[in-house]
Design a binder for this molecule. Structure first.
Ligand SMILES: [Fe+2]
Length: 412
């Protein structure tokens, strides 16, 4: 005899009383179409040892390893080469990448890639290295000049397989569909945004984070926090991205200062590696906002660290967006430990902006764009270029030229 437990049917309970979390959006907004595209991720201390197997699985015979002088000095490039050799792969190494990778550097790297007959492209380094590696892949599959691919979905032909091992926490470039390239003739940065740029595999080994200088740790940590916050409030956020945004905000605000003041502790590094990864998984799908649209222009003008510029701009952009819709910032504030109970949404959002600024102070980021080298005379050009940046389209509040100029002046 079969015994069945009696489970009450929904009509008996009343659907509204059924236990479990709700996915209905605030204000009764229907669930929107959700897309979520991320690489295979190999995560944890020692993950770099998987690099050879990862390249092999993608069909590598002659991998092209993009890295930079800092990674070479820290011996991570040599360790990566060793892991490739262990599976019988002899890599072509290109380490002539500088911060904020330049159009001509990418084109030179591509010439070397093409003449060496390499196949799978591996990036071991920070966001600049990873973006340069993506640039080589774009040119290999599509030809032309790297600046031809500015904008959304301009990369239409297949590109070689990509494996990325990030050394900062982080830009999220190892999981994202973005590549940011400096247009040296116009002293600006272009954003290339294409699904094809999402790497096949991201190998996240928190050991690599230990050789970052403090300023880079601070800058990339604030960049990751900006990804978490902008992706959460983005017009393109969806139900599959938002939990990653919130968890990333929790991990980053709880651990960035610890990695700076107690650099030898493993746990905060692992937490930062995961925070940066989750922020990356969120923003590559939900895209970003005005902070990034503005920051790209300042970065192109000054060759200053991207995360530092974000740290200066983000509190201003939160306040600007919160003027029309502060409610969206409330779950973010709660995720970083701000008391939101019974507090008006607008106050919560302003407290969030303050907390971001306090964290920037703690990690040594200057308060103003002027201290980075921006002047009043730069604002018209910065504003014009911001309006063309793909990241502005997903900012939760529409921002016109007068708004952007006002934000630049407030941050000056
Ligand atoms: Fe960023």
């Amino acid at each position: 005899m079969t015994v069945r437990s009696r489970v009450p049917s929904p009509p008996e309970l009343g659907v509204a009383e059924l236990p479990g979390p709700r996915i209905t959006r605030p204000g009764g907004e229907p669930p929107r179409l959700a897309k979520f595209h991320v690489p295979e991720v190999v995560f944890g201390p020692g993950a770099l040892a998987e690099l050879g197997h990862c390249a092999r699985r993608l069909g590598a015979r002659r991998p092209f390893l993009v890295t930079d002088g800092g990674l070479t000095e820290a011996r991570w490039a040599a360790e990566a080469v060793g892991h490739l050799e262990a599976v019988g792969l002899s890599a072509v190494v290109w380490d002539a990448v500088t911060p904020n990778p330049k159009d001509h550097e990418i084109e030179a790297a591509h010439r070397r890639y093409a003449e060496s007959g390499a196949d799978v492209i591996i990036g071991v380094g920070g966001g600049s290295v990873i973006d340069a590696a993506k640039g080589v892949a774009i040119l290999s599959g599509n030809g032309g000049r790297i600046l031809d691919y500015e904008g959304v979905d301009q990369v239409v032909h297949p590109i070689p397989p990509l494996v990325m091992a990030p050394s900062t926490s982080g830009t999220g470039a190892d999981v994202s569909q973005f590549a940011i390239v400096t247009d040296t003739a116009n002293a600006t940065k272009i954003t290339i945004l294409s699904r094809a740029l999402v790497p096949e595999i991201s190998v996240v080994d928190p050991r690599l984070l230990t050789s970052m200088p403090d300023w880079l740790n601070a800058a990339t940590g604030l960049d990751a926090l900006t990804h978490a916050i902008e992706s959460y409030v983005s017009r393109a956020h969806n139900t599959l991205t938002e939990q990653h945004s919130l968890h990333a905000a929790t991990l980053i605000t709880g651990n960035l200062a610890r990695t700076l003041f107690r650099p030898a502790e493993a746990e905060p590094r692992i937490a930062m590696a995961q925070g940066a990864l989750e922020a990356g998984m969120a923003f590559t799908n939900a895209i970003l906002g005005a902070t990034h649209a503005m920051s790209h222009q300042v970065g192109g003008l000054l060759d200053a660290p991207h995360g530092v510029i974000n740290g200066v701009l983000l509190p201003h952009v939160i306040r600007f967006n919160a003027e029309t819709d502060p409610a969206r910032y409330v779950p973010l504030a709660a995720a970083i430990g701000i008391d939101t109970d019974g507090v008006p949404d607008v106050e919560v959002a302003l407290t969030l902006a303050e907390r971001v600024r306090e964290l920037a102070d703690v990690v040594g980021v200057p308060k103003t764009l002027r201290s980075l080298g921006v002047s009043d005379a730069d604002i018209p050009v910065l504003t014009r270029n911001t309006l063309k940046d793909a990241c502005l389209t997903t900012n939760p509040r529409e921002a016109r030229a007068t708004d952007i100029a006002r934000l630049f002046r407030a941050a000056l």
